[in-house]
Design a binder for this molecule. Structure first.
Ligand code: FAD
Length: 309
């Protein structure tokens, strides 16, 4: 099913998985088990990432196929960096042939440890170029958004202009970079709506289960870590079970507040962990709130409410 059609009917809960390393899950039975467990929450869609550079892109295709075989809707990430129009044509033809209807069109980054034999920006320089290339084809397209500003963008306003360009070119929903402080999201959403962005903006939430994770998360996302989360990380640094429990609670309360304040959708970065993710959804109270299905209307968009966190 197309995600834009789903979003016309209701607010969404979705999950993101990534292709596990070959040596950890050669035949993909591990990720198949994870995905089968995640069906318990009837996610509206499941997105499948891969690292820019693309060495695990074939496995991402296989995982999209598993998502479909489990009767869920896949959203395949597609990056621009390093690819030609011909490569992209080949992959999109394969995806369409499998029955994938949704693509998240991304620029990608040049991996620090990778030497491209030539200019990595071959046919596409920005995500927008990829969107323009893909739009005439029959896919529902999503784009990335950054509540705390993309590292290379000159200003928060510039980020919103880029979103408007993507929307005009055919993007019909956005998924945000992870954030740990909901106020960044609410202020960002207000800015987008004031500037005229009309597409649903789905909030990306990444749980922190291990104190050691945080440095890497900040490195890849440039997100800020609020005082309260820092205190949890410091307090439970040497107590893995308590850290997982506190991290689960933190993500659950972020989600509960986002839902209460009318978010269009919540996208959970699962890190391929089903038990912990199902626990977060249960603690957030979302199951009760999602069914019967919640229409996207009558949203409270005030940024003035106080956070329960
Ligand atoms: P763009 O929209 O092209 O923006 C990149 C930068 O260029 C921004 O600073 C923007 O302001 C600027 N810009 C855009 N257009 C122009 C223009 N015309 N002129 C000048 N400047 C411009 N990476 C992966 O490798 N694989 C994944 O699976 C993946 N999944 C992701 C999922 C989500 C939800 C998000 C938020 C990110 C994901 N990423 C992934 C990371 C993403 O590739 C990086 O954040 C990348 O740096 C930017 O991608 P983008 O699509 O936002 O790029």
């Amino acid at each position: 099913m197309r995600i834009d059609s789903i979003l016309k009917e209701r607010r969404t809960l979705s999950f993101e998985v990534f292709p596990p390393k070959q040596e950890h899950d050669e035949d993909l039975s591990g990720i198949r088990g994870t995905l089968a467990a995640l069906t318990a929450e009837s996610p509206d869609f499941v997105s499948v990432t891969y690292g820019a550079g693309g060495h695990n892109r074939p496995r991402a295709l296989e995982i999209a196929e598993i998502v479909l075989s489990l009767k869920m809707t896949p959203l395949s990430h597609l990056t621009a960096v390093g690819y030609t129009k011909e490569d992209t044509e080949r992959v999109t033809r394969a995806l369409a042939g499998m029955g994938v209807e949704n693509l998240l069109a991304l620029r990608g980054d040049v991996p620090a440890d990778m030497n491209f034999p030539q200019d990595p920006w071959i046919d596409f320089r920005y995500a927008l170029d990829l969107v323009n290339f893909l739009s005439p084809k029959d896919f529902c397209l999503g784009g990335a958004a950054y509540p705390e500003q993309h590292v290379e963008s000159g200003s928060p306003e510039r980020d919103v202009e880029v979103m408007l360009d993507k929307e005009r070119a055919g993007v019909s929903f956005f998924i945000t970079q992870l954030f740990f402080d909901n106020e960044f999201f609410f202020r960002f959403r207000d800015r987008c709506r004031a500037a005229g962005v009309q597409s649903p903006i789905i909030a990306g939430i990444m749980p922190v289960f291990r104190a050691q994770q945080i440095q890497r998360i900040v490195e890849i996302s440039s997100c800020s870590v609020p005082v309260q989360l820092n205190a949890i990380l410091a307090h439970y640094a040497d107590e893995p079970a308590s850290m997982e429990d506190a991290g689960t609670d933190y993500a659950a309360s972020q989600i509960a507040e986002l839902w209460r304040r009318g978010v269009d959708g919540v996208h959970l970065y699962t890190m391929n962990k089903s038990r912990q993710v199902l626990d977060i959804v249960a603690r957030s109270g979302l199951r009760k709130k999602r069914f019967p299905l919640s229409p996207r209307q009558g949203q409270e968009t005030s940024s003035q409410e106080t956070s329960p966190q």
